[in-house]
Design a protein around this ligand. Structure first.
Ligand SMILES: CC(C)(COP(=O)(O)OP(=O)(O)OC[C@H]1O[C@@H](n2cnc3c(N)ncnc32)[C@H](O)[C@@H]1OP(=O)(O)O)[C@@H](O)C(=O)NCCC(=O)NCCS
Length: 190
């Protein structure tokens, strides 16, 4: 059955969006980001936090990404449960790709819980391929697949270094804000 796509625009998140973004990802993930991390991402120019808004229904979804070397990594993506399977997740991923390309970043990377088949199917449909498994990637010990789309599917040494030595959250410049330990290695989102 085809579900109608609600009219929606994608735009940069506003600090006032924090509460809804926080609630959406708390509902979606076993190991969500803390409110402080989300707030820091919204305020940090190195991070791209964009929301999908409907004039009547409000905020329907969001994503967070940031550059890792010459690649762009998807750090968080959620669509409001009642609005799923209407193409909004696809819209957000396409927007992420466009925003990254505008900055000259044509290789896209993401990590997805190995148990999250729905998200994996969506990414595969949009051309992403698993390149490796990240054992105990999440704080609860769950594993993740590294998925990529772009010119180079294989990981090079540079990216491997950034994946194993520094988590996307570390790059958030949260360390200067005192929100995250430099020793922290694991992400919080499946
Ligand atoms: C993963 C997630 C973002 C996908 O969002 P979504 O809005 O449902 O994504 P889409 O609607 O674009 O695509 C989902 C499915 O619906 C189908 N679909 C899209 N438009 C449709 C429509 N109009 N009618 C019926 N089905 C449709 C797609 O084909 C896709 O199916 P497939 O994956 O089997 O090919 C959403 O499920 C979510 O928020 N999950 C919880 C958080 C999460 O897991 N995030 C990813 C972390 S890595």
């Amino acid at each position: 059955m085809i579900n109608p796509l609600p009219p929606a625009e994608i735009e940069p998140a506003h600090p006032d969006d924090l509460g809804v973004i926080d609630r959406l990802q708390q509902e979606a993930f076993n190991t969500p980001w803390t409110t402080e991390l989300l707030r820091a991402a919204i305020l940090n120019e190195e991070y791209c936090v964009r929301v999908l808004r409907n004039p009547l229904l409000g905020l329907l979804g969001f994503y967070i990404s940031h550059a890792v070397e010459k690649r762009c990594n998807l750090d968080n993506l959620v669509v409001r449960p009642a609005q799923r399977r209407k193409g909004l997740g696809t819209m957000l991923i396409n927007d992420w790709a466009e925003q990254a390309a505008a900055k000259g970043l044509h290789v896209l990377t993401l990590q997805v819980n190995t148990a999250n088949r729905d998200a994996q199917r969506l990414y595969e449909r949009l051309g992403f391929r698993s390149t490796r498994i990240l054992i105990s990637y999440y704080p609860n010990g769950n594993d993740a697949f590294q998925m990529e789309r772009g010119k180079k599917q294989a990981l090079d040494d540079t990216l491997l270094g950034s994946l194993t030595g520094e988590s996307p959250l570390d790059k958030l410049a949260l360390r200067p804000l005192g929100l995250i330990s430099p020793l922290r290695r694991k992400k919080q989102t499946p």
